[in-house]
Ligand binder design. Structure first.
Ligand code: HEM
Length: 532
């Protein structure tokens, strides 16, 4: 009896605990079932005819987050086929209205300032990384002035000085990097292009002094800043997590490095530099206030970060595409020989205009691999969608995806084919926008949002640099940078795929900017005569 009593207590306790656990499981299961049931029920019964159709989903809050996150372009295409150009899906509990196609691009990207707002969406991510009082941490009118300062600094004269800087950086990178020792080899090209991008951009835009710091402290600090851009930070940007602590420390340290550099340049009385920092140091807001040093520092961070992801992803895609089409890489080499002479003299800004295929490589790669697949805006007041009965309410977020029209057969014949020659007017694959290009004299519809005249053309099917008041100001710089990197790489190497096929790597959508899945290995072989 005593023994039974002795074990009876814990046994009974065990059974009681088991009972409690199964009760909890049943309650949770029941709750889940009920919420799924109510969610499905409400989708079937309560359709609002004045709102775009809602993408069917089983679970509340999660909605379509997973299918969207795994492959956004496929998600857009599949749902466009089901629901049309304008539809809504649930992204982490938020009703997100996608409007694709040229009309959708125009509706969202050229939306009026009283209707749509970018800063409300992006500030949680960007302000801790860039710092205070710039970009999305200030009124839109101030951002427009800041963009104007940056755009004005990117003059033809500046570009002329950048091409030799970028060429030298590329050549010296390939010559000193261990992965390119020997006559041929295999390399995961993405980290190499990321380094080339940061060295070339920092040197051209921020001067030699800052560039040299990337060999020491700055590269690690920028890496820590970068961690602040992971999509999870849309929700956890405030949390005292290790990566957020490192982000905050890096932001303070990098900003101080820039501010110290500004002060020492000012003390030296420098007056002939062509870099962005120098231009900002001598710029004044409309209200007569000179740009404070901390804002220049924060704009420097913003510029480098804005360009880094997009340009490094694009240059990686270009190299992977060239490895999949060695014939095009050879054509690029011959194009330079023909246009510039067999000895291939040092590349100049003017030379880039003589290399149409080199230009088309960048254009075609951005058509298929635009690094920004989703552009979001908060809705500030109900927005009627022209030509429909829909009104987008203020509790929705708007999402533009210009990549959808860039891969639509209606605008680009054989849209999935990477074919740089399609940008030639006579090509049977030329998009209608190239075949019917307006005469140069013809006046394009232009508008000034406060940072200089830009083409209104959000209705174009090809908008890798966005449109409207938030349009990219780095387009020309990116083109100069990418075309120079491609031209120099083509002089030094022949690429091909490791298995000799013409396949390309898949896309990694896990971070904010899409990029090739890694490792993305390619075979390189040196063109001997350009290595002396
Ligand atoms: C904005 C793409 C390179 C600076 C944008 C936007 C896109 C874009 C799509 C619009 C975002 C929106 O509407 O929310 C690209 C691509 C690049 C590139 C594809 C390279 C291939 C650069 C570079 C710089 C830069 C090199 C700097 C030198 C900016 C800035 C904005 C912007 C300052 C304005 C943000 C705003 O007004 O809200 N870019 N970009 N970008 N980009 Fe770029």
């Amino acid at each position: 009896m005593g023994f039974i009593q002795e074990i009876g207590g814990p046994l009974a306790e065990g059974f009681a605990r088991l009972g409690l656990a199964s009760q909890v499981a049943v309650t949770v299961g029941g709750f889940l079932f009920l919420s799924v049931f109510l969610n499905v029920f409400s989708q079937i019964l309560f359709k609002n005819p004045n709102e775009p159709p809602l993408v069917f989903h089983w679970f509340p809050f999660v909605g379509s987050t997973i299918t969207y996150g795994m492959d956004p372009p496929r998600f857009f295409q599949e749902n466009r086929a089901k629901y049309g150009d304008c539809f809504t899906f649930i992204l982490l509990g938020k009703k997100t209205t996608v409007y694709v196609g040229p009309r959708g691009n125009d509706f969202i990207l050229n939306g009026k300032i009283r209707d749509v707002c970018a800063e409300e969406i992006y500030t949680v991510l960007t302000t801790p990384v860039f710092g205070k009082d710039v970009v999305y941490d200030c009124p839109n009118s101030k951002l427009m002035e800041q963009k104007k300062f940056m755009k004005i600094a990117l003059t033809t004269e500046a570009f002329r000085s950048y091409v030799p800087i970028i060429s030298d950086e590329v050549t010296s990178y390939f010559k000193r990097t261990a992965d390119f020792k020997g006559q041929s080899g295999i390399v995961n090209i993405c980290p190499k292009m990321a380094q080339i991008t940061i060295f070339t951009a920092s040197h051209a835009l921020q001067g030699k002094e800052i560039r040299d710091k990337f060999d020491e402290t700055l590269a690690d600090l920028y890496h820590d800043l970068d961690m602040g851009f992971s999509p999870i930070n849309f929700m956890l940007h405030w949390a005292p997590l290790p990566w957020n602590n490192r982000r905050d420390h890096a932001q303070r340290t990098v900003a101080k490095i820039y501010m110290d550099t500004i002060q020492s340049r000012r003390a030296q009385g420098e007056s002939d530099a062509q870099d962005m920092m120098y231009h900002l140091m001598s710029s004044t807001y409309k209200n007569g206030v000179k740009i404070p040093d901390h804002e220049i520092a924060h704009m420097m961070i913003a510029l480098l970060m804005a360009g880094q992801h997009s340009s490094s992803s694009t240059s990686s895609w270009i190299m992977l595409r060239l490895a999949s089409r060695p014939d095009i890489m050879e054509e690029l080499y011959q194009e330079q020989v023909k246009a510039l002479g067999a000895d291939l003299p040092p590349l100049t800004y003017e030379d880039l205009a003589k290399l149409p295929l080199n230009q088309a490589i960048v254009k075609e790669t951005l058509r298929l691999h635009a690094p920004i697949h989703s552009i979001m805006r908060a809705v500030k007041q109900p927005m009627p969608v022209p030509g429909t009965k829909y009104v987008i309410p203020t509790n929705h977020v708007l999402l533009a995806a210009p990549g959808v029209s860039a891969t639509d057969a209606q605008h680009f014949p054989q849209p999935e084919l990477w074919e740089p020659h399609r940008w030639e007017k006579e090509s049977p694959l030329a998009p209608s926008m190239v075949r019917n290009e307006p005469d140069e004299e013809e006046e394009e519809d232009k508008i000034d949002y406060g940072y200089g005249l830009v083409s209104k053309g959000a209705a174009s099917p090809y908008l890798p640099f966005g449109a409207g008041r938030h349009r990219c100001i780095g387009e020309q710089f990116a083109n100069v940078q990418l075309q120079t990197i491609v031209a120099m790489t083509v002089r030094m190497f022949r690429f091909r795929n490791v298995d000799g096929s013409n396949k390309v790597s898949g896309t990694d959508y896990a971070s904010l900017f899409s990029r090739p899945l890694e490792p993305a290995n390619i075979c390189w072989e040196k063109r001997e005569r350009h290595w002396e």
